[in-house]
Design a protein around this ligand. Sequence first.
Ligand code: SAH
Length: 501
Amino acid sequence: MSTVYLIGAGPGDPGLLTIRAKELIETCDVVVYDYLANKEFLKYARKDAEIIYVGKKGGDHTLPQDQINALIIGKAKEGKSVARLKGGDPYVFGRGGEEAEEMVEAGVTFEVVPGVTAGVAAPAYAGIPVTHRDHTTSVCFITGHEDPTKEESGHNWEVYGKSNSTLVFYMGVKNLPMIAGNLMKNGRHKDTPVALVRWGTRCNQQSMVSTLENVAAEAEKRKFAAPSIIVVGGVCSLAEKLSWFEKKPLLGKGVVVTRAREQATDLADVLKNMGACVYEFPTITVEPLDDYEEVEKAILGLGAVDWLIFTSVNGVKHFWNQLAEIGLDTRTLGGLSVAAIGPATADELKARGVTPDFVPAKYVAEEVVAGLLERGIAGKHVLIPRAKVAREVLPEELARAGANVRILPVYETKLTQQDPSEIVDALEKGKIQAITFTSSSTVENFFTLLAPDTLKKYPEVKIACIGPVTAKTLERFGFVPNIQPEDYTIPGLAAALGEGL
Ligand code: SAH
């Protein structure tokens, strides 16, 4: 029989998952998750893992608790390891204690992986430390939604009212008038600051600060709903001063990333760090070629080559894969001059021990050609490992400048079969503020998957593109980019979005 892991998945920001939790998601046979556990973590699961959603939104249980217990115990008794993911911490209003008791009763081995609880994290992301020496000596976690079948309330409002403890209510928004009323009735001053944090630590976090007297009305006016944490006490007065997360330039902005999944992560990560709600919609996939005979020959003939020019990270990766495949390594390039067309490509080369002899300051063909001419490329043998189908400008310009150019396809890009319905739905709901295009093929493929006329229905959605070539392709589909960086790089594009959204 195997182990059940009761795992806290944290409050939502994917970075707040513990290392232990990630390890277990990666290795368990079964992953059972509910409404507040970020779905993003499922990507860590094994490809053959069984993934089960047992939801829970307000009172609406996809599976009743006893069936969840039976399910988990059943899987464990089949000899499977189970990662039971719960939002926040499993033992803080997560019914983790009840599930653990069931495990004991059923004789199932279990372990607990504590998580970052929303009652601490959501306030922290809203600028509120739950304790602070100037304001309070304690903090109290309280359910704002007591089990309605209980005969007698477990709340001692008198104690909450008299103490100066920070009070953190979970599941309490619906009962806000009752909560605020009881606290005032029992001695808390009507001007006591109260904060609400909705979807804390996520890109759609919202928060507000009010007072016990006004909070219920204000929350209703501003339509604050679950899931929200309510914080009561002097510490809430620090929210404005200590605000940081909500100051991120792209917080709450929906941005579509259309790059290939293999290369999307850098742009997606930069945008997420800036607070954006990123929709990954990869329009291309990067695939190895069916046949590497030509590449092999070219590698064995590198002795006759003077310059190797890499135009993409993928070009570097696939070229080196092939080197390794035939039992060679970086030393094969000894004596060759190497150029990288952009800083990311240069980094990829440096990671393999090659410091490029030339990286242009600006990433357009003309600059590259000028720079290479200065370095005496005329009359030299040039090899360009790159995608099977790509723009011809660079090789043509180099040939015109007198170089002896050979293109070497080392990978190919293909159109993905993505379902655009999630994007269309988000557009319709006004959740998307910008779509990013990082190459002409992302534009062409995007509009193959989603008709240009569909996008034209949302003129408020900004079109962001990396450079003039991509902009030209966009124009062919009837779009003029609203956001375009000076510097045609991924960080440049991200910075332009930060300013332009
Ligand atoms: N075990 C969880 C709490 C589960 S109870 C934890 O430790 O965080 C569910 C309640 O938690 C919600 O009603 C809400 O009050 C709170 N909550 C969970 N995630 C939240 C988030 N990201 N932002 C605000 N509140 C959240």
